[in-house]
Design a protein around this ligand. Structure first.
Ligand SMILES: [Zn+2]
Length: 431
């Protein structure tokens, strides 16, 4: 039996960074028909109601039916240490992250963290996340099992480190290769899950480990490879010391076979002109993590410049370096960082980044992130008057974008009326 969701609808036919706000399609009295876990039709409510009288109606009134949000870079094992005070990146990793990640060899601990993280994300309207795990294979099994139980499309991988990390969080080049390969064979393409080859970042891998993961990627080129790039100046200087023969940070990855169109580079703030040109040439994806960049004091991502030169860009929370599970809050932070860089990003651009843009960055642009027949039915239903402060502002709006923007800037999980995953409404246990 099909479901027919009624409300305002918003989706994109193109990238609004290229073609402006007209790339967005907004329908005030819209509808989305879902059957078999997929979107079957999108259009005016009266038309779809007439065409599908047998469908079960879910009338969301004036709420917005959006593609579910897509978080293109997160660390689910850091759920428990989100909002830890006062350190620069390297100290923050040593003080908070590594001790917490050391606990994920315990399958029960990993399962609880994965379930908590995914439920928090669903409560925020996020239906897909691409997550780092920990060095422990158990942490990958836990993430994918939790995603499977929720029917979610989730990507992730074992975070490999064989130096500059505590003993409890170090593997070897061979173990990184072997365990990653085993996990990839176990999970990649199963249900809605994708394995991602995951060196944490250049400083925590030996050249041998980077080469081993480059070799694994060459054997499985359709898989994504995720890591971090040029987040903080101290980190970049450290990479220069560790890899003196490399031209720059990106060149370290390239020299070990870890640069390609299926690469995802988190942060990418302090890029050289050569790195930008090479990233553009290869078509790798950059992932902007604005709450994290502000929280850890990393710097200002050049969204306007990078998009203007044709880079592929996604948007992400980067929890627990990021300070919110909410992609609404993340869009607001991206807007604020854009303003500090001299560009006011349009709400259409921000919403695109959190949906279709992140889907494209993850190589899933023809599967999720857009309201279009044939796409998987992952949806966020958003109340555009969820708090008194937002409601009084939205009530004065003279356009859809003006009505949306207060929720984009001030909204949180209170704005999420429902989250649909694979064509089914879900009520996470933490809601
Ligand atoms: Zn990260």
């Amino acid at each position: 039996m099909p479901d027919l969701l009624l409300g305002q609808t918003l989706t994109f036919t193109d990238d609004p960074f290229l073609s402006g706000p007209d790339a967005a399609q907004h329908e005030r009295n819209g509808a989305v028909l879902i059957d078999g876990g997929r979107i079957q039709a999108v259009g005016p409510a009266e038309v779809l109601r007439a065409q599908h009288p047998q469908a079960t109606i879910h009338d969301y009134g004036s709420a917005l039916i959006s593609p579910g949000f897509i978080d293109a870079h997160a660390h689910y094992p850091q759920t428990g240490i989100i909002a830890s005070w006062g350190k620069r990146l390297i100290d923050w990793l040593d003080t908070y992250t590594f001790p917490e990640e050391s606990r994920f060899g315990d399958p029960a601990y990993a399962a609880t963290a994965a379930e908590t993280c995914l439920d928090l994300m669903l409560a925020q309207g996020t239906t897909t996340v691409c997550s780092f795990c920990t060095i422990h294979p158990e942490s990958v099994d836990a993430l994918f099992a939790a995603a499977q139980a929720r029917g979610m499309r989730v990507l992730g991988g074992k975070t490999c480190m064989d130096r500059n990390a505590p003993d409890t969080l170090r593997d070897t080049a061979q173990a990184a290769y072997d365990q990653s390969k085993t996990l990839l064979n176990r999970w990649h393409g199963v249900d809605r899950l994708s394995y991602v080859i995951t060196p944490r970042f250049a400083p925590t891998s030996t050249p041998d480990q980077l080469a081993a993961l480059g070799a694994l990627w060459a054997e499985h080129p359709s898989a994504l490879m995720q890591t971090h790039l040029s987040e903080q100046h101290e980190e970049i200087a450290w990479v220069g010391d560790l890899f003196p023969q490399a031209r720059d940070y990106l060149d370290v990855y390239e020299s070990f076979g870890l640069l390609g169109r299926n690469a995802l580079f988190g942060h990418a703030i302090h890029l050289t002109a050569r790195e930008r040109a090479r990233l553009r040439e290869v078509g790798a994806a950059l992932v902007h993590c604005p709450t994290s960049n502000a929280f850890i004091g990393s710097g200002l991502f050049d969204m306007a410049g990078l998009k203007a030169e044709g880079q592929r860009v996604g948007l992400a929370t980067d929890i627990g370096g990021g300070s919110s599970f909410s992609m609404l809050r993340t869009m607001a932070a991206a807007y604020e960082i854009g303003q500090l860089g001299g560009t006011a990003l349009h709400p259409a651009q921000l919403w695109w980044l959190a949906t279709a843009g992140s889907a494209q960055a993850l190589g899933l642009g023809d599967t999720i992130g857009t309201l279009r027949p044939g796409f998987e039915a992952d949806l966020a239903i958003i109340n555009l008057a969820s708090t008194p402060a937002i409601a009084q502002r939205a009530a004065r709006a003279e356009s859809f974008w003006e009505a949306l923007f207060p929720t984009l800037m001030m909204g949180d999980d209170r704005a999420i009326t429902a989250t649909w995953v694979a064509g089914k409404p879900t009520r996470p246990s933490l809601l």
